[in-house]
Ligand binder design. Structure first.
Ligand code: DGY
Length: 323
């Protein structure tokens, strides 16, 4: 019988080419409108599929998986984060879930470092001001930010991306590295001369705090009003992980009241919506979830998704199987 794959957003052409070459006769359907689908649309379009290539915006919950099983054999998400997928249900239903670890480490770290620099040196604010006749000439007190070299960086979540940011900030800017994770990582201590701390201590000591933990029930609102208040008034908070790790309303309040100096965000609590008040703040840099958005990385992520679908539909266990 003809096998089918449904792809929930437009993806690089190489994905279809790989699938077609490896699985001749495969029927590939993709979301022609290239917008996020509602749960009902997702169910409607994915029904009958043996493979599903989805994104972090698709709610792959138990009810969807139950409705698509037993035909559905594999869900390959175009992401490393899997907080939108019910892995327990997938495992119970015998559906293989895969993600794309590793290939987006550098790209995401670039955005985290960029946000630190942009916030510390008030670059976006400066750009806006320059475009709108606010640059009236050099002056000693004009548009001062905070320096970056030699400052203390706190990394929350000691995975690949957090480590890459720590390396870049240590070797590029001589930053002292603090990190928090469930257990100390000897490689961080040895390679980065990093210090493992409890979250509260890290927040109190860091000039820049960069979030790199997955979104789980334990990390939802990890940075709430109480914890944000532990940070230095000059501190900068950067989030390239998942929006709900920060209580966004509490962050808006903290930034408004000068509890911390600035925030650089690539992810939001209720994407693509932003918390009320966020866009009016001068001391935030807001990016549209582009951590992995380089041509190279998005191609590589596509290749990994296609390979995972091919592997499962040809009876092999894919390299990055999570269930
Ligand atoms: C991921 O892979 O989880 C990223 O957020 C997508 O860029």
């Amino acid at each position: 019988m003809t096998q089918q794959v449904y792809i929930t957003r437009a993806v690089p052409d190489l994905v279809s080419s790989m699938l077609q070459q490896a699985l001749p006769g495969l029927r590939i359907e993709a979301n022609r409108h290239d917008r996020n689908l509602t749960a009902a649309e997702l169910l409607q379009h994915a029904t009958g599929a043996n493979g599903l290539i989805c994104t972090l915006a698709d709610p792959i919950d138990r009810s969807l998986l139950q409705a698509l099983a037993p035909k559905l054999k594999v869900v390959a998400t175009y992401a490393v984060g899997v907080n939108n997928i019910d892995l327990v249900a997938a495992r119970e239903l015998g559906i293989c879930v895969t993600n794309t670890p590793g290939v987006l480490t550098d790209a995401t770290a670039e955005i985290a470092v960029g946000l630190i620099l942009a916030c510390a040196r008030r670059m976006v604010e400066g750009d806006r001001l320059t475009r709108h006749d606010g640059f009236t000439g050099w002056a000693p007190l004009f548009h001062r930010g905070h320096g970056v070299f030699g400052k203390t960086l706190g990394i929350v979540g000691a995975g690949r991306i957090g480590k890459r940011v720590a390396q870049a900030m240590l070797h590029g800017f001589g930053c002292r590295v603090l990190y928090t994770s469930r257990a100390p990582h000897p490689d961080w201590d040895n390679e980065l001369a990093a210090t493992h701390l409890e979250l509260e201590d890290l927040l109190a000591q860091s000039d820049f705090v960069s979030l790199h933990c997955p979104l789980t029930p334990q990390t939802r609102h990890l940075l709430d009003a109480r914890r944000i208040a532990l940070m230095k008034p000059s501190a900068i908070l950067v989030n390239t992980a998942r929006g709900p790790v920060i209580d966004e309303a509490a962050l808006v309040k903290a930034l408004t009241q000068g509890v911390i100096a600035a925030a650089g965000l690539d992810v939001y609590e209720d994407e693509p919506r932003l918390a009320p008040g966020l866009t009016a703040l001068p001391n935030v840099v807001l990016l549209p979830h582009i951590g992995s958005a380089t041509l190279e990385t998005r191609n590589e992520m596509g290749r990994m998704c296609a390979q995972a679908v091919i592997d499962v539909l040809q009876g092999r266990r894919p390299r990055h199987a999570l269930t």
